[in-house]
Design a protein around this ligand. Structure first.
Ligand code: FE
Ligand code: FE
Ligand code: ZN
Length: 285
């Protein structure tokens, strides 16, 4: 089964996202499990959780992942915001668990001037603390590759690998690769040869077996710009060949592919992009 979909709004409750996703032909989807610009949320009610997990269309989605809120930053030392980040992340993990969502995509964090090495140490300690405080969670945090804007950590495969190497329970983590982010970070996947090289390098440094989600985004920003601006497929700086290669790569076939590209309320752009991506797979029915 091709696992292809997009980031879907949960407006009106998380179960509504399932309906929206299936309605536009998604076989995978990503959601926020709480308002992505707010710190805290209490657990879902029993009714909200079962409306989601028991939804009659739930089995049409072969993969459901969540994306963590944007305020969370694990890359800093014990500050008020760091305390809030730990609490917020724990609340999101619990909400994922209630919805039986296996992966929560998280940007590793920003060092805010203290330097990458220090930032990575903070991320590692924060993840260790979260893991220690919540030993029985099934949901895994999937650290996302970033564009490297400002002091954002995670723009190189090496940084992500070093987090995986240093945490006490690396098996509780996975990785999400975002095409727009890696391109802006300097990984040139614009040609088929380039894409092959980038994924080969990812495999060598991080390991393809760690990859649990692909974010399929075009980039408005150029190669190596370190600027995070998503664009629609066919309109950005990466070009369609990269996406054709990704859709055809056998090793990436089982990985859920999620669009995070600009769209209006009717989600027409997602429908068009998914149709284009499917057309890249030879003999796809
Ligand atoms: Fe992200
Ligand atoms: Fe992303
Ligand atoms: Zn982005």
């Amino acid at each position: 089964m091709l696992l292809l979909g997009s980031h879907i709004s949960t407006q009106g409750g998380p179960s509504n996202a399932i309906e929206r996703a299936v309605h536009i032909g998604c076989t995978a989807m990503q959601i926020f499990v709480k308002n992505n610009m707010q710190w805290h949320a209490t657990p879902f009610t029993e009714a909200e959780a079962t409306a989601f997990t028991q939804h009659p269309l739930h089995n049409k989605l072969g993969a459901i992942v969540a994306h963590a809120g944007y305020l969370i930053n694990l890359g800093v030392e014990k500050t008020i915001n760091h305390e809030k980040s730990l609490l917020s992340l724990a609340q999101e993990l619990i909400r994922c668990e209630q919805l039986h969502i296996p992966f929560l995509v998280l940007h590793p964090g920003s060092h805010l001037g203290a330097g990458a090495a220090h930032g990575i140490r903070c991320v590692v300690e924060s993840l260790n603390q979260i893991h220690a405080d919540h030993p029985n969670l099934q949901v895994r945090i999937a650290l996302e590759t970033t564009a490297g804007q400002g002091s954002c950590l995670g723009s190189s495969f090496k940084e992500l690998a070093s987090i995986l190497e240093q945490v006490s329970s690396p098996d509780r983590l996975r990785i999400c690769l975002d095409t727009a982010h890696v391109f802006a970070a300097g990984y040139d996947l614009s040609s088929p040869q380039g894409a092959e090289k980038v994924f080969h390098e990812f495999d060598r440094i991080v390991g393809l077996h760690q990859l649990c989600v692909l974010h399929i985004n075009e980039s408005k920003a150029s190669l190596g710009s370190r600027v995070d601006r998503h664009d629609n497929l066919g309109q950005g700086k990466i070009g369609l060949e990269a996406f054709r290669w990704i859709m055809q790569a056998e090793e990436l076939a089982p990985i859920p592919k999620i669009l995070e590209t600009p769209k209006g309320k009717d989600l027409v752009e997602d429908v068009v992009a998914m149709k284009l991506l499917r057309s890249f797979i030879p003999n796809f029915l």
